[in-house]
Design a protein around this ligand. Structure first.
Ligand SMILES: Nc1ncnc2c1ncn2[C@@H]1O[C@H](COP(=O)(O)OP(=O)(O)OP(=O)(O)O)[C@@H](O)[C@H]1O
Ligand SMILES: [Mg+2]
Length: 244
């Protein structure tokens, strides 16, 4: 078990926002935590990084309680926040070199190009400043950084929000490859279709509680229709279709 939340309770501003959730992510697995706005998805990610401490229960990274050694947990995790915090006035190479230096990670120019190849960032774009980039291109630089940091674990907060369908497909392909290469990936999203497309397991989070879990069987992806129905149980989808 690489990531584990065990009866995890978290309060923010005295309000309980996670109410005893349990789930775990194995090595090489993509786990999608799916839920609506305010369900507690980002809160869960922050707890694995030790930015928010449990009021009860615990979170473990590689079997170790995060609270016992926050620095050790952070060292083994690459985290992509909701909006990638890269520098607009720097190009892709400069951004990567700067953030790798902060992470005390050495990378040769060849390593950096190999990572940018892996996320298919166009060669001619690499020397352009990020202020001229589309959202999808920025996301590629952020993923390249995670690849170069070479951590075992990736936490991704809404990684595909604002990307167009082909950029989303491309992104999911990269994520799948990373997991197949042994990385452990926990992503949070409210995109049912995307979660089903990429995840080995989906946990459905509602009002701070895990209300369902879905697992893919072998090569079969998780059934979008079933997850959608669980996500919005009160929507009568048959009458919705009839009305169209
Ligand atoms: N900085 C904060 N201070 C206090 N409460 C917060 C803070 N951030 C979030 N919350 C509360 O915690 C709860 C869970 O928020 P969280 O950001 O984890 O939800 P989320 O599932 O990531 O939602 P979204 O899809 O909108 O990103 C919400 O009720 C929210 O109001
Ligand atoms: Mg969030």
């Amino acid at each position: 078990m690489i990531l584990q939340a065990d009866s995890l309770y978290i309060a923010r501003s005295d309000k309980e926002v996670l109410s005893g959730i349990n789930f775990s992510v194995n090595s090489g697995e993509v786990y999608a935590l799916l839920g609506g706005n305010g369900a507690g998805k980002s809160t869960t990610l922050l707890s694995f990084l030790g930015f928010l401490m449990p009021t009860r229960g615990n979170v473990r990274v590689k079997g170790k309680d995060v609270g016992a050694d926050i620095a050790a947990a952070r060292k083994t995790i690459a985290y992509l926040p909701e909006s990638a915090s890269l520098y607009e006035h720097l190009n892709a190479y400069e951004n990567l070199r700067y953030f790798l230096q902060l992470a005390a990670k050495n990378a040769t120019p060849e390593d950096i190009d190999a990572a940018l190849d892996r996320v298919s960032l166009a060669t001619e774009a690499r020397h352009r400043k990020l202020r001229d980039y589309s959202k999808g291109m920025r996301q590629k630089v952020a993923i390249a950084l995670a690849i170069l940091r070479d951590t075992d674990i990736l936490l991704l907060d809404e990684p595909t929000s604002g990307l167009d369908p082909s950029a989303i497909d491309e992104f999911h392909h990269i994520i799948r490859n990373l997991a197949d290469g042994g990385k452990t990936i926990l992503m949070v999203t409210h995109d049912v279709y995307g979660a089903c497309q990429v995840a080995d397991r989906i946990g459905l989070l509602r009002d701070g509680q895990l209300v369902g879990e879905f697992t893919s069987e072998g090569k079969e992806r998780i059934d979008t229709e079933i997850v959608h129905r669980a996500f919005s149980p009160n929507v009568d989808r048959s009458s919705q279709r009839a009305a169209v």
